[in-house]
Design a protein around this ligand. Structure first.
Ligand code: ADP
Length: 554
């Protein structure tokens, strides 16, 4: 079980009312960062191993994803928490590269600490040097290492998806899952208000269903809602996807369609039993009036996150509507976005009257309840605002299904980023090695003390190919030396430029052309992880004193 390993190393840091100087503070922060990176280092790359995180209740999570591992750890050390947030930010913004970003940041910190502690450099010089190196690195990636994929063929996208899932649980079935991911993301292509093409990952619903092998996972057209209609008497299909004129109106509600009850604490004194009967009747008619208003606005499909009682169901059945209760709020938010509906949380307007506007309804071409695999679910097809698709994931148990879901989600994000940014770079440590050679040479052209920091930045990047080789049980020193020589030749000899795509073949322990092998990644993901790693390490390096402002009482 992993628990706050950084804290144990530094538990003496926060003694009451104490102030710590630069050396102690920096050493402690760097140690915390290294402890965090050491936990996830062994998960990096296609042959990285998984972690099992067990909580107090004995519940556990199996994962290889850096952001997931770190979010489950209870890290208390402030510097450790910066790295945890770094991984989460990378996960939110890119969806992949979470392990790499933490490993690079911790290596940058380790080397900076040596420069400051051993070589006596001022932290500002190191920070300036690092910043200079980053700017130069990004410039070099953009001008020399990335490829514009003008007409992104499906093969390139499949290879991108394969690279991102190579280290995950679905890595052994990468061909199958990569095609599934690419097909689903291409289905949700849409154009935003500014005329830009977008691929919203949220328009793809990932449903998990127990049983069968993961290879029986499937892609379904439309948004699959893991619910059924609330009454057997309701229609099972409305509209037709094939008919372009079909227009089914959907209401997305976050309100209860059950008999209204008086709020707790309201006291009414009645003397006549008839009045009590009238109150009861009114409670019932109030909600029926609500239903009628929704139907009058034109809703044919009513989805709510809360309950629907029998009398309301009767009204919906009589009007030929489909009504679904207890939907997940997250699902309704996505359906509302895809169909153009508004998620209604209250029907009262500013004057206090209950109204339901026609404009709150969304539209689609078809809503159908159908059996997928073994379970019934509702499919919403031909949504008006942007199309949606669903992936039904199959697997033997909750733990592996959760990990499959995380891996598929990461790959969807990576393919989306590639489609939206249009540039790719080679993986397998290729970019990091090329940059390390380039920056080492660049450092010699800088005639100030920043030179040392730039050179250390260059060496820090080698932590990625080194860790990849170590995790694959290969001789890392030998492989990295070879890889460096390939890149050094490619940068000094124009005729040997093709070597710039060379990276590690981790299965055979060789150096190969990653572009030909199809080990490629979105360029923006590489650039983003370098930028984020630098920002996180600079944030930590800038701290020179720790003061415990809230000492514990003696
Ligand atoms: P992250 O969470 O940082 O994405 P991963 O465990 O997914 O970590 O590993 C990503 C690294 O593994 C990248 O540097 C990528 O280039 C490398 N990689 C992925 N697939 C391969 C492969 N088939 N051969 C060599 N390197 C690979």
């Amino acid at each position: 079980m992993f628990q706050n390993s950084s804290h144990t190393n530094n538990s003496t840091l926060f003694l009451s009312g104490t102030k710590y100087g630069p050396t102690e503070t920096r050493n402690s922060n760097v140690l915390a960062a290294l402890s965090i990176a050491n936990i996830i280092k062994s998960s990096l790359g296609p042959v990285g191993l998984d972690k099992m995180l067990v909580d107090n209740m004995g519940d556990f999570t199996m994962t290889n994803d850096g952001a997931t591992i770190l979010s489950l750890l209870d890290v208390e050390h402030p510097a450790g928490r910066i790295l945890v947030e770094l991984a989460q930010q990378q996960d939110r913004e890119v969806g992949d590269g979470t392990t790499s970003v933490v490993v690079i940041a911790s290596e940058l910190l380790r080397r900076a600490n040596e420069l400051i502690g051993v070589m006596g450099l001022h932290p500002s010089i190191v920070i300036n040097g690092y910043r200079l190196a980053l700017t130069e690195a990004i410039r070099y990636i953009e001008s020399n290492l990335q490829y514009k994929v003008e007409d992104l063929g499906k093969d390139v996208l499949v290879n991108i998806a394969k690279t991102s899932m190579s280290s995950k649980i679905i890595g052994s079935d990468d061909e199958f899952f990569a095609n599934l991911v690419v097909d689903s993301i291409l289905k949700v292509k849409t154009t935003n208000g500014k005329g830009e093409t977008k691929y919203p990952v949220k328009a793809i619903n990932l449903l998990k269903a127990h049983g069968k092998s993961s290879l029986e996972s499937m892609l379904v057209d439309g948004y699959a809602l893991n619910c059924t209609v609330a009454s057997q008497a309701m229609p099972k299909k409305l509209g037709s996807f094939e008919n372009a004129n079909s227009n089914i109106k959907i209401a997305c509600l976050d309100i209860n369609l059950q008999k209204a009850r008086m709020a707790m604490g309201v006291k009414i004194e009645i003397t006549d039993p008839e009045q009590l009967e009238k109150i009861r009747e009114r409670e019932q008619t109030l909600v029926l009036e609500r239903c009628q208003k929704i139907i009058d606005a034109g809703a044919q499909v009513i989805l709510t996150t809360k309950g629907i009682d029998d009398l309301c169901l009767k009204t919906f059945v009589e009007n030929g509507c489909m009504a679904v209760r207890r939907c997940l709020k997250e699902d309704l938010k996505r359906i509302a976005k895809a169909t153009g509906a508004s998620l209604i949380t209250s029907m009262s307007n500013l004057e206090g009257d209950e109204v339901f506007e026609k404009e709150s309804l969304g539209s689609c071409r078809e809503v159908v309840q159908t059996k997928i695999s073994d379970d019934e679910c509702i499919l919403i097809k031909g949504t008006a605002k942007h199309s949606s698709s669903s992936i039904i994931l199959r697997g033997p148990n909750d733990y592996s299904l959760d990990e499959v879901e995380r891996s598929v989600h990461d790959s969807l994000c990576v393919v989306k980023r590639t489609l939206e940014s249009g540039y790719i770079v080679c993986g397998g440590g290729c970019v990091e090695t090329a940059l390390s050679i380039y920056l080492d040479n660049f450092a010699t052209s800088v005639g100030s003390r920043e030179q040392l920091a730039i050179s250390e930045f260059a060496n820090s990047l080698l932590v990625i190919p080194k860790t990849l080789a170590i995790n694959a049980a290969k001789d890392s020193s030998d492989l990295i030396a070879k890889l460096r020589s390939y890149h050094a030749i490619s940068q000094s000899n124009l005729e040997k430029k093709k070597y710039k795509n060379y990276g590690l073949d981790l299965l055979n322990g060789k150096i190969v052309d990653e572009l030909k092998k199809g080990v490629i990644e979105p360029s923006m993901s590489k650039i983003k992880s370098l930028k984020s790693a630098l920002e996180a390490s600079v944030a930590i390096l800038r701290i020179d004193t720790t003061i415990n402002v809230d000492p514990e009482p003696e």
